[in-house]
Design a protein around this ligand. Sequence first.
Ligand code: COA
Length: 149
Amino acid sequence: MNIRIRTAKKNDIPIILGLLYELGRPKPQTDSEVEVFRNLVKKQISDSRNSILVAENDDVNVVGMLSIIFLPRLNRNDLELYVPEIIVSEKYQKKGIGTKLMEACIDLAKENQCHSIRLESGTFRKEAHQFYKNFGFESNSLSFTLNIR
Ligand SMILES: CC(C)(COP(=O)(O)OP(=O)(O)OC[C@H]1O[C@@H](n2cnc3c(N)ncnc32)[C@H](O)[C@@H]1OP(=O)(O)O)[C@@H](O)C(=O)NCCC(=O)NCCS
């Protein structure tokens, strides 16, 4: 299977939303919520700095995605690349697609002279943790979340 990694386009929005639901992100309950989610993805696709990478297979179907946010830090004059989401559709997992997405992300971090790539991963996602460790990611902090709503 040939996989092509490219930046997302507006007509990828429905499949990107589908991948986010697969990851367990909240599903919209109403049409207006669908529109809000659609606009959030559209905004990131149109953003000149941040981006979404997608993995496309031979049939030109998008089967995975990785989103990218460049973050400034107060004590660094170079950026941190933050990955809020990475997901490969279940049927296509363990075929090297996540690796291709992450390699493209690392290339982007280097091109943008980032000092690091950071992401968070649920404690239960043991396979994903192994995937990150294979790349040399180190787990050296805890993540704390205070839910406001
Ligand atoms: C984690 C994820 C993005 C990896 O993408 P992928 O295309 O499946 O990964 P690859 O095929 O490139 O896997 C490379 C390595 O990752 C590890 N790995 C990935 N998925 C695995 C699984 N389900 N079970 C065991 N190991 C796994 C293996 O170490 C593998 O190395 P190997 O090929 O030497 O065995 C993908 O499996 C996924 O979307 N999982 C569900 C959602 C998720 O957990 N996302 C991350 C949220 S933080």
